[in-house]
Design a protein. Sequence first.
Length: 224
Amino acid sequence: MNPHPPLLSQKKDILKAIQMAKRPLAITGAGISTASGLPTIDAKWQGHSLQELFKLKHAHRHIKEYQNAYREMLQAWIAAEPNQAHLILAISNFTIITQNIDGLHHRAKSFDVIELHGALTRWRCHGCRSLYQARTLINGSMECEACGNILWPDIVFEGEYVYQLAKAIQWTNNCDLLFIVGTQLQMNPIAKLVEIALRNHIPIVCFNRDAEQMLPHYLTISRC
């Protein structure tokens, strides 16, 4: 059996893989959105680390404080625009599996997107599970119209299951090119998805820095 192929690093190999791909997939993390002005997971927001804001047990102890932080964070997320990396992936018909909660792949008009950790641009009721578009909540009530329970961002809090994992595994098994963009691959389930790609001998290309410049460069050349 052939050994697992190494990550592609030579320009000619990357361009060849792009030209041959029929089912390209991109797995993206926070690094793709920094050029849009959004922070990585290590940043702080209103005195709280983003990691802390994803711990629902903390939020339940300080409901008003956390909801104000989420509301202010939402304003910044909504103001952010997709950058060239988001846009070129959409134009190039990549399917997307993202760890991000910013919704920028949808706004870039990517057709098939899995948001493993949910989206800050949607809010949900932990009682009846009703969903709300977050824009309507910036200056409005934070209570569910259906049952009166408190609304929380529709994101995966610590200890919850990620969204659509089975579908993400299926997409990874079916792809013939994998771009890894703006993520270190240190946490599951993303690391497991990469293992699947390696077992299937799928060409893999990593863009951890300057994705807004590198992706348009490679994908524009490949279409010429």
